[in-house]
Design a protein around this ligand. Sequence first.
Ligand code: ASP
Length: 339
Amino acid sequence: MKKIFIIYTGGTIGMVEDETGTFIPFDFELIKKNLPDLSRTDYELTVHSFDPIIDSSNMTSEIWLTMVKLIQDNYAEFDGFVILHGSDTMAFTASVLSFLLEGLRKPVILSGSQLPISQIRTDARENMMTALEIASAKHNGESIIQEVCILFDNKLFRGNRSFKYNSAKFEAFRSPNYPVLVEAGIHLKYNLEALLNNTGQTLQYHHALDNRVGVLKLFPGITKESIQAVLNSDVRSIVMETFGSGNTTTAEWFLALLKEAIVQGKNIVNISQCKVGSVELGRYETSQGLKAIGVLNGYDMTFEAAVTKLMYLQGEFEDQKNVAHWVERDIRGELTIND
Ligand code: ASP
């Protein structure tokens, strides 16, 4: 038997419509009832349902730490882990878990669906059955997948490279800056070269997150006051979403504000508003000044990865310099350094 530990957090997959037509979370029994095929498989499933089960918009950092604890307590006994989760914040959860579970040697697969499992045209059954198959797949006794991933619409993505890009199609996720890890057609096609291999590493669980992270999304015409509100707020680091390959206005007042925040000890991490491509500090004049004042390079990290990586690093390190050092490095396959 293949032993799989399922963490059921909620999401559309297990929702039912109330009398007004609104989707509300329902318990795991509904999922089991709609998957009669499970009895024909050789999976031995152990299910931990969150109480209460939630729409993933209500996800919190406390719940993330509970997930780490659950995986730690059950790691030795199971072949793999499947986390059933709403798609709205799934990429944040997948990203943060990738940072909190260092040196993972077994699969942690997040999945869910766009339509509840009880609906005729649901995508839930396929997603769930493929997630289970990948979560239990081994080669020479070792798990093939040794990282945190998202399985949606027949594709397995690296969790910390993914984002939800479509709220209407079954194809809800993409990871344009990193190849798809598995394509599920008639066969499961593993992209072996793209997979993380943690053989030889010791698994380390991390149990701290510091959410004091701010976000500054730029647009032409943004006011000084808006920028100051973010920079002066009670945060240790700021994810700054810039234009193109990491560009911003070269206005002196703008650079002076950023510099002041950096001198005060804040980390400012530059990621692009573009979903494909990378920040290249210094490529244009409009990013040269940023480099000079000490803005950090987030390369091609997703917004989800940048925010949760900072929460993780801040939980690990009191010293801002350590946070700054590691945020620019590839620690779990979340970024590609291009300089
Ligand atoms: N609102 C839902 C959630 O994220 C959407 C979904 O499950 O796909 O929980």
